[in-house]
Design a protein around this ligand. Structure first.
Ligand code: MN
Length: 503
């Protein structure tokens, strides 16, 4: 455990970088001197490990330094003045951001919302604050067994429901997978054990078959001159398996990607070449070919997935991607935050959806002062729904809705220009049209999804590109009220119908 170990993780650090890391290391050592963690280890171990996770994610030097200092005011003996003097405004800002996030302990329903809010606001100010918090939480989860059992469960639930999904949304699979599995084990020990058992039996059965199959794939690719490739298999995380089992009648036979083969190649063209070679030999399962290169997931994930019959009576999922896509899927948004990568053209593409969300989140921050009308609906809900809530069960219901709404049941749909609109799952063309503008909604006469003409009843899916066709003579009808899903659309249609009735 030395500062040199951290420096080793940084790509070509300057002398100044090295000095700064060493300074932060010594500062943290002093700020937490004599303090112990629940595990009996020196407190310093925690901030050191947090900084290490950040260095491993290739974050910029300021973020790694802030990782060292993140508890030095709250739990240590450092002061704001002293951090400002020694490390400057930027690092103090990051440390304060993380301190603010940690202030609220999630004891009950009410506090939960409050901290969720703070969390969102702070992360909007600087996304690095959020990533330090995720690294901090990851180390806390790795050592959660030393914490009191009731606290263990609370922190695990919070991680599972708030932090892991956020890491996933930022497409940092490296973090979200571990956060999910660690918190799943503590939050739902029974389900965790059951899933592990299921997985173990099934895994042993397919592992040897899979290795044989990888050999045949490599041979087939080599025969076509494809040698500079990397193959391995990736195991599905326990929690992600559990979630998938829930939607597949708990039948593990229906989970095709329990173990998936991953093939990494140099270029995008090579990805399609590999797909062609594989489909030429092994018959693909219909409906299981997903081209996330042409149509990336909203969090930026790119890869081609296909499931093929291996010829011995079983099927296997194959994921094909470039080395760069693979790196991005593991490191997500962090691969674009590193100061070494500032000239990276892909930054815009991958972080597009997030940058689009930022103004909304910032709006929320402003709305605390004056509740303005152009606040996004889910944030307005967040602020307003609390007012009428009296009983404990109402509160619980609201929080559940909120979590489901924000983290699980939103879809991201794109305009032809690439602007992202977030809507509840199950939204239709008209919901999208009204979300853009009430004028657009009112005159909607048709639409194209991903270039194809569709009816107004069509349900939207994540990642759809939707083009609304308007016609000035088109007017809303009472039928529309029955099919729309969002309150925004309903309210506009009702207003319109009310107005015409009066006339
Ligand atoms: Mn901490």
């Amino acid at each position: 455990m030395s500062y040199q170990d951290i420096i080793l993780l940084i790509d070509s650090p300057t002398e100044k970088d090295k000095e700064l890391i060493q300074k932060a290391y010594n500062f943290a050592l002093k700020a937490h001197e004599g303090q112990l963690r629940k595990s009996g280890e020196p407190y310093f171990v925690h901030v050191y490990e947090t900084a290490k996770i950040l260095a491993d994610l290739k974050m910029d030097i300021s973020t790694i330094v802030a990782g060292f200092l993140h508890d030095s005011i709250e739990d240590g003996v450092a002061t704001e003045e002293c951090i400002k003097k020694e490390f400057g405004d930027e690092i103090l800002f990051l440390v304060n951001g993380v301190t603010k996030l940690g202030k609220v302990k999630y004891r009950g329903a009410e506090r939960h919302i409050e901290s969720l809010r703070k969390f969102i606001v702070a992360s909007a100010q600087d996304i690095r604050v959020l990533i330090i918090k995720l690294a901090d939480r990851l180390h806390n989860m790795r050592t959660i067994n030393f914490v009191r059992p009731d606290k263990q469960r609370r922190i695990s639930l919070e991680t599972l429901e708030i932090y892991a999904p956020l890491a996933y949304r930022l497409s940092i699979r490296k973090l979200s997978r571990e956060l999910e599995d660690l918190s799943f084990e503590n939050a739902y020990p029974k389900e965790y054990k059951e899933t592990i058992e299921l997985k173990k039996n099934k895994k042993e059965e397919i592992l040897s078959r899979l290795e044989k199959f990888i050999k045949s794939v490599k041979k087939a690719l080599a025969e076509q001159g494809m040698i500079n490739i990397h193959t391995d298999y990736r195991k599905k995380g326990v929690y992600s398996l559990f979630k998938k089992l829930e939607t597949h009648e708990n039948d593990i036979e229906k989970i095709y990607d329990l173990l998936a083969i991953r093939i990494c190649v140099e270029t995008v063209a090579d990805c399609y070449k590999v797909l062609g070679i594989i489909h030429g030999i092994w018959r693909p399962l219909p409906g299981r070919i997903k081209d996330y290169i042409a149509f990336p997931k909203p969090n930026g994930y790119k890869s081609i997935h296909t499931t093929v019959f291996t010829g011995d009576g079983s099927v296997v999922e194959i994921q094909i991607r470039t080395f760069e896509m693979h790196h991005n899927s593991e490191y997500g948004i962090t691969s674009h935050l590193s100061y070494k990568n500032n000239g990276d053209k892909n930054t815009e593409e991958t972080t597009n959806w997030f940058r689009q969300l930022l103004p909304k989140i910032i709006n929320f921050a402003q709305s605390i002062k004056n509740k303005s009308d152009n606040m996004p609906k889910w944030i307005k809900d967040l602020a307003e729904s609390q007012d009428g809530i009296k009983t404990e069960s109402e509160k619980d219901g609201f929080i559940n809705d909120l979590k489901a709404d924000f983290f699980n049941q939103r879809i991201f749909v794109f305009t032809p220009k690439g602007e992202v609109v977030d809507l509840p799952t199950g939204s239709l063309i008209l919901d999208f049209a009204y979300a853009i503008h009430s004028d657009v909604g009112e005159h909607t006469s048709g639409a194209r999804i991903n270039g194809k003409m569709v009816s107004l009843h069509s349900e939207l899916k994540n990642g759809d590109i939707v083009e609304i066709i308007t016609n000035k003579s088109n007017k809303p009808s009472s039928k529309w009220l029955e099919i729309v899903k969002t309150n925004t659309a309903k309210r506009h249609i009702m207003n319109y119908l009310e107005k015409t009735r009066k006339k």
